[in-house]
Design a protein around this ligand. Sequence first.
Ligand code: ADP
Length: 163
Amino acid sequence: MPTAIYPGSFDPITNGHRDIIERAVEVFEHVIVAVLQNTTKSGIFTTPERVELIRQVVGSNPKVSVESFSGLTADFARQKGVRFLIRGLRAVSDFDAELRIALMNRKLNPDLDTVFLMTRAENLFLSSSTVKEIAMLGGDSSGLVPPVVADRLKERFKPAAAG
Ligand code: ADP
């Protein structure tokens, strides 16, 4: 069983991402969770903070490693000698965007294939941007993200939450 890369922004990692990682390691020997250093989108957490949060969430699982990268995912996969990407699918709207990304990645790197895992029903409406919005408005994100992430969000938005 080969290695796969699970790329994304993970700002922050949610229960949906965690579920995809847990299921991906049942299919692949090793999973590299790869945090894209996005130069255009500004996020809640810096890239090193996102990497650290993911590391805390996956714990000491030897089948998972966490890295960050910049530039094209297709190039990162080539550098790593990895032929498979993992992506999660929620709704039909995800499919449209993901199909385009997968086809473009294969055009850029013909050895690269994308493997899709369907979300669990309970994570269907869960996205990092929803979590961000809730946290910024002082809402409780526990139940949507792992406890360590919920704590960090609470800390980050404390002044706003206190009004
Ligand atoms: P993006 O690349 O749009 O920034 P994210 O970093 O949020 O996406 O997510 C990375 C991957 O995880 C994408 O394939 C996305 O579809 C998937 N994903 C995000 N949230 C969920 C969820 N709740 N259930 C399943 N997959 C998810």
